[in-house]
Design a protein around this ligand. Structure first.
Ligand SMILES: Nc1ncnc2c1ncn2[C@@H]1O[C@H](COP(=O)(O)OP(=O)(O)O)[C@@H](O)[C@H]1O
Ligand SMILES: [Mg+2]
Length: 244
């Protein structure tokens, strides 16, 4: 299937994006002229060996990192031309992040952790708690609202991190190796949630992984090697995980 999308279908468009780190002998070309469109309503897996540029690619796509060359368009806005302050606001409003490390605040309980993006956005504590509780129910943690991170398993902590990433209804969810620290069963629970709770028609979901145990959750698989995007494939319904 063709990977070309029309402007309205693409949530993220990278055009000729290059990213170099360092200079001279220590120069690394983390991304080498990458052109890629990522759609709404699909779970895109970005796969490839360690060091091939996956984290760099999603960091640029999410406006956390500026490219050395090329253009980045997210939700129809050109990030390359956006000021730093506007970019921070744009990220806070439209993008959710999940990392390998759950990065929960140890002194806050689970539902308070899930509230954080709303508190940053200026919501009252009462409204934020109400919204976060809703999302915590969706990720199956309605019975662990008041638990502290150290009272939760890795899989449960990652589910809190997913709730936190979704609490402000982002248009884009970016996950960097979300199952890398989890056992197989918890990894599949986490990917199942990303697919069933996070994925919506009007949301783009990108998951970086080299965990082949969860490849069947992807709708589209983008393979990277040496800073370049290679094969892009879509899984057939038979190959794809379907929620029952
Ligand atoms: N901040 C940085 N400074 C210097 N080199 C970096 C930095 N971030 C990434 N790199 C290099 O860029 C390449 C791609 O890294 P990365 O995007 O993290 O790969 P992946 O996520 O696929 O493992 C690697 O060679 C890495 O060492
Ligand atoms: Mg990485």
């Amino acid at each position: 299937m063709s990977a070309t999308l029309t402007a309205t279908e693409a949530a993220i468009r990278l055009k000729g994006v290059t990213k170099a780190f360092g200079t001279g002998d220590s120069k690394t070309l983390a991304l080498d002229n990458v052109t890629l469109d990522l759609p709404y309503g699909e779970l895109v897996l970005l796969v490839g060996p360690s060091g091939c540029g996956k984290t760099t690619l999603i960091s640029i796509a999410a406006g956390l990192l500026d490219p050395t060359a090329g253009e980045v368009e997210v939700l129809g806005k050109n990030l390359t031309r956006m000021s730093g302050t506007r970019k921070v606001k744009f990220r806070g409003q439209y993008i959710g992040f999940v990392f390998q490390q759950y990065n929960l605040l140890p002194a806050m309980n689970a539902v308070e952790n899930a509230c954080v993006p709303l508190l940053i956005a200026g919501w009252s504590r009462a409204r934020a708690l109400e919204k976060a509780t809703e999302v915590m129910l969706k990720v199956g943690l309605g019975n662990r609202l008041k638990s502290f991170p150290n009272q939760l398993s890795g899989g449960q902590q990652q589910r809190v991190a997913i709730a936190r990433a979704l609490v402000h209804d982002p248009k884009i969810l970016v996950c960097d190796e979300p199952t890398a620290a989890l056992d197989a069963a918890s990894g599949r629970t986490v990917m199942g949630l990303i697919k069933e709770v996070a994925l919506q028609e009007d949301r783009a979901v990108i998951v970086v992984t080299h965990d082949s145990r969860v490849y069947d959750f992807g709708d589209r698989i983008v393979e990277m090697a040496d800073g370049k995007v290679g094969k892009i494939s879509t899984l057939t319904p038979g190959e794809r995980f379907e929620h029952t």
